[in-house]
Ligand binder design. Structure first.
Ligand code: IMP
Length: 191
């Protein structure tokens, strides 16, 4: 089994992906390879940030690895919160961040938005990218309590409920992250 670092400390995320890729690769978290650093994310796009994290691990640990970066893009806010999704209001509090989006969107007619997820993987020194996007719109007010982040104010196209009103299974069938991960898994299964 080949070791593959997933540049995350979220065991739950790692187990989800491990279950999908079977036993060809053994995923390791940052903690498991002894990386306790706060990996810089200074890019201006999801792609740059994901790539920055993968290169950080490859350069210092010389191990195969992948990283993801994701967030919400709102057209009427010129693509914000974008790479600042996790701390848009200056705080990492999800409630404050989604409230700021709602406040900025007051009276806006164009409410189109999308979640994006980009994965960068460096395998034997070669980098590959996988992407997932889910189009939708920002609701007028929050609804639902499942999920995390901006889920209560995002209604995916073709649905009448927000991400936070869906079960985890339902969200995982269409989410940006699920799409990107499924492309990664398909790629890994061919290695
Ligand atoms: P990260 O890629 O895990 O760092 O996510 C960046 C930020 O984007 C999160 O902190 C959330 O604010 C937002 N985000 C990413 N994916 C989702 C999602 O599926 N639902 C709600 N918010 C999300």
């Amino acid at each position: 089994m080949r070791a593959l670092v997933f540049a995350t400390n979220n065991k739950h995320k790692l187990e989800e992906v491990q279950a999908l890729i079977g036993d060809k690769f053994q995923l390791k978290t940052l903690g498991e390879i002894g990386c306790l650093d706060e990996i810089p994310e200074t890019g201006t796009t999801f792609r740059e940030n994901a790539s920055q994290k993968s290169h950080y691990i490859w350069d210092r640990f010389n191990m195969n690895c992948f990283s993801d970066d994701s967030g919400l893009e709102v057209d009427a806010l010129n693509g914000e919160p974008g790479v600042y999704s996790a701390h848009y209001s200056g705080s990492r509090d999800w409630e404050e961040n989604l409230q700021l989006v709602l406040d900025k969107m007051t009276g806006m007619k164009d409410r189109s938005a999308r979640f994006k997820c980009i994965i960068s993987i460096i395998l034997d020194g070669n980098e590959h990218f996988f992407e997932g996007t889910v189009e939708g719109e920002i609701t007028e007010s929050r609804s639902g309590s499942a999920g995390f982040g901006y889920d209560p104010i995002f209604k995916p196209q073709g649905y009448e409920v927000s991400f936070a009103e869906m079960s985890a299974e339902e969200k995982n069938r269409i989410s940006h992250r699920a799409q990107a991960v499924s492309k990664l898994v398909e790629f890994l299964n061919k290695q």
